[in-house]
Design a protein around this ligand. Structure first.
Ligand SMILES: [Zn+2]
Length: 405
């Protein structure tokens, strides 16, 4: 496991030491990326070592099978990562990356698994997060595993499972009459008030928001390593990624860059086209993409039952839009009706109960197949970011389904 060389600002490239906990770039408030000494890594990190090391371990290494490219710390792990890559029955080129198999049932386990690991390493005692729901559940679980206090803020109409997780794992839960953007403001106000009241530093909350600290991206990058390893160290033609905050998209792009530098993937391989999939009821990235704008605008009156996509203005919007453009991908939105239809289609025809976010991606896939922009034989990895079973209340409501009395 390599030492972190430095943290690098995604905007101005300023370097910051990782010796103490960091949030954003002190010069320009850009998100920070974790950087290693790549020359040293080229000599020590070998992709051939991954399989034998994982096979020799008596426990599941999960995403820590990539410890050669992750920070040198003792993991707080609940078995996150190394999720199944399922081949579609109907489309010969389509693979579903089943992130619902993670602890807490979503991909959030990767980013928060690593972020909480680092928080424990730094000795932080209080972590706070604004969440559309699933990040709150994941933080609550990993914080409990690490004996750290979790303070979570989420909209009051999140899936019931997210509220229940917070309570069961013993987190400090605040349900907010508003959106994730309101939750973020409240976390910021609490921290500011604590500092103004001269709260002892160890009692002040650390904001573990998406892209406002460097390690959630670093955990999510393992999705990029995994999909490439599961395809025999090759790129697919396209990656379909349901995009709320977009951390996974940013993390995967970082993984591709690292793998090319390490020689884990053949030089000159064409990177996949990256597709960001959103719900029509909250589509800031699609709106900006279609208008050829480099930055998104706050999406007014966000409403969709794909709760994880209710992020009206992602902090990493410029990075996401840049990746879509560079890769030749697109941003596409699906209506709630199309998302629900796709959930039912995949459940009945393939035995997969997708999350509404995952179904936003399958609905977009169907659109592109119908328009001829994609062929069923094109190799596509589509992320089902969470288990459909975390959304029983919201999906039942969308179906107007009630328990028979
Ligand atoms: Zn900067």
């Amino acid at each position: 496991m390599p030492a972190i060389a430095f943290l690098e600002c995604s905007r101005c490239r300023h370097h910051v030491s990782a010796a103490t906990p960091q949030t954003l770039c002190p010069l320009c408030a850009g998100s920070l990326y974790v950087r290693y000494d790549m020359e040293a890594l080229k000599r020590t990190a070998k992709r051939e070592d991954i399989v034998p090391r994982a096979a020799a371990s008596s426990t599941s290494l999960g995403m820590w099978r990539y410890s050669a490219v992750l920070p040198d710390v003792t993991p707080v792990t609940l078995g996150e990562g190394w999720t199944p890559m399922l081949k579609s029955k109907r489309y010969p080129g389509l693979f579903i990356k089943e992130e619902g198999a993670n602890p807490t049932g979503t991909f959030k386990a990767r980013g928060l698994g690593l972020a909480v690991t680092m928080a424990k390493h730094y000795g932080l005692q209080h972590l706070a997060v604004p969440s559309a729901g699933n990040a709150a559940g994941a933080l609550a679980a990993y914080a409990a595993a690490a004996d750290i206090a979790a303070h979570i803020f989420m909209p009051k109409d999140v899936p019931f499972a997210n509220y229940l997780e917070g309570i069961v794992y013993g987190a400090d839960v605040t349900m907010v009459d508003g959106l994730i953007s309101d939750c973020a403001r409240m976390v910021g106000e609490n921290i500011k008030a604590q500092k103004e009241a001269n709260t002892p530093p160890e009692q002040v909350w650390f904001d573990i928001s998406t892209l406002k600290e460097p390690f959630r991206v670093e955990g999510k990058k393992t999705m990029g390593y995994e999909l490439v390893e599961q395809l025999g160290w090759t790129y697919p033609d396209a990656v379909f990624y349901p995009t709320g905050g977009g951390v996974g998209l940013i993390g995967m792009w970082k993984a591709f860059e690292e793998m090319e530098e390490l020689g884990w993937i053949e030089k000159g391989s064409k990177r996949p086209k990256m597709y960001a999939l959103q719900a029509a009821g909250c589509a800031p990235i699609t709106t900006a993409f279609e208008a050829h704008k480099p930055v998104s605008e706050f999406f007014q009156n966000a409403a969709t039952f794909a709760a994880g996509l209710r992020v009206p203005k992602p902090y990493g919007d410029t990075i996401i839009l840049d990746i879509l453009a560079k890769s030749g991908g697109q941003a596409i939105s699906a209506t709630d009706e199309a998302i629900l239809a796709s959930i039912l289609d995949w459940a009945k025809n393939e035995g997969l109960f997708l999350s509404p976010e995952g179904a936003a991606a399958t609905a977009a896939y169907d659109q592109l197949i119908a328009s001829g922009d994609l062929k069923p034989t094109d190799k596509v990895v589509l992320f089902n970011t969470g288990a459909g079973l975390k959304y029983t209340d919201m999906t039942a409501e969308a179906m107007h389904l009630k328990r028979p009395s």
